[in-house]
Design a protein around this ligand. Structure first.
Ligand SMILES: CC(C)(COP(=O)(O)OP(=O)(O)OC[C@H]1O[C@@H](n2cnc3c(N)ncnc32)[C@H](O)[C@@H]1OP(=O)(O)O)[C@@H](O)C(=O)NCCC(=O)NCCS
Length: 292
């Protein structure tokens, strides 16, 4: 296993080519906490996607595969786009900007095919993925998919419900271009829109001391927040019934908001009294820029 993390420039991004690279990609997708991810794309499917309009792109340090994006050509009846089925960074490489750089590399690769957007789905309870998509990349979402893959995992698993947010990341939209061009250092101030956005979920500390939802409201203001746990794996581990409560409360909040035409326009992690609290920003139809 790689002992040291290379700096940002130490990674090379390229399409997977050899059978052993696809095997490494399949294995990589099984890492991380159980119940926290989708089933791995098998070697045969990745190989076929790579040769027939898809993109299976790896982040390599030397020959070691540190991250992979697996996707195929998508068509919704009117537009073509690249659909990301799996996007995973090896746990020991997470939080060092690799996911961000891999997303940009996928964007550059699919642009060579003449495509101008990525789409995919994400578990709304996965705070880090939400941050990467909606805070760092400027993606948007306006569809909530309940039980998208049906129930998965063992009957006793804390959270078997496979709800997903469908996200879109159009490249050539001014809002996204400005978002990516904004300086990251020093860290930008918190999105001011959060200050005037009421929380749709009320929460309080449960038996384990972890924050759990207690009530859900419909949005009625131009902007609103949907809180999610900063670390859902901790909740799954220490308060399994709490993970289910989060799942249902977040589902109710998103479904109510999307039914009213709101869409996801941001994501923040705010430090409140020494506690990190994650939240999506939702904006009402009239305040949202049109998506490509
Ligand atoms: C989502 C994933 C790909 C991100 O990879 P990564 O290499 O850690 O991504 P990055 O480091 O570029 O970005 C993660 C950001 O989240 C922040 N972050 C870390 N933990 C967080 C948390 N619990 N909540 C919110 N943000 C968090 C990091 O600080 C970083 O932001 P920064 O660059 O501004 O500091 C990786 O966590 C993963 O493989 N997850 C499992 C599969 C998955 O959920 N895939 C996403 C499907 S769309």
């Amino acid at each position: 296993m790689a002992a040291e993390l290379p700096g940002a420039s130490g990674f090379r991004f390229r399409r997977l080519a050899k059978p052993e690279e696809f095997r490494a990609a399949e294995e990589l997708q099984t890492l991380g906490p159980a119940g926290a991810s989708d089933s791995p794309a098998p070697v045969s499917l990745m190989r076929a996607a790579q040769d027939h309009g898809g993109v299976v792109l790896g982040a390599f340090t030397d020959i070691y595969l540190a991250g992979v994006s697996v996707g195929f050509l998508g068509f919704d009846g009117s537009s073509l786009y690249h659909y990301v089925q799996r996007f995973v960074v090896r746990p020991e490489y997470q939080n060092h900007g690799l996911g961000f750089r891999l997303a940009l590399a996928v964007r550059d690769e699919v642009r060579k095919q003449g495509l101008e957007s990525l789409r995919g789905t994400v578990d709304p309870l996965e705070s880090r993925a939400g941050f990467l998509l909606f805070h760092r990349l400027g993606a948007t979402a306006e569809r909530y998919l309940t039980h998208y893959y049906g129930q998965q995992g063992a009957a006793e698993a804390p959270d078997r419900e496979t709800d997903r947010l469908e996200w879109r990341w159009p490249f050539a939209v001014p809002a996204v271009e400005q978002h990516l061009a904004a300086p990251r250092s020093p860290a930008p101030p918190a999105d001011p829109r959060f200050a005037s956005a009421p929380r749709l979920l009320e929460t309080e500390a449960g038996d384990s001391g972890l924050r759990l939802p207690t009530a859900v409201a419909e949005p009625s203001t131009p902007a609103a927040q949907v809180e999610v746990p900063f670390d859902i794996d901790l909740v799954r581990q220490h308060e399994p019934s709490g993970a289910r409560r989060w799942r249902h409360a977040v589902r109710d909040a998103f479904r109510a908001a999307f039914d009213l035409g709101y869409s996801v326009a941001g994501f923040e992690v705010l430090e409140v009294e020494h506690e990190r609290r994650s939240a999506y920003l939702l904006t009402a139809p009239s305040t949202t820029a049109p998506a490509a």
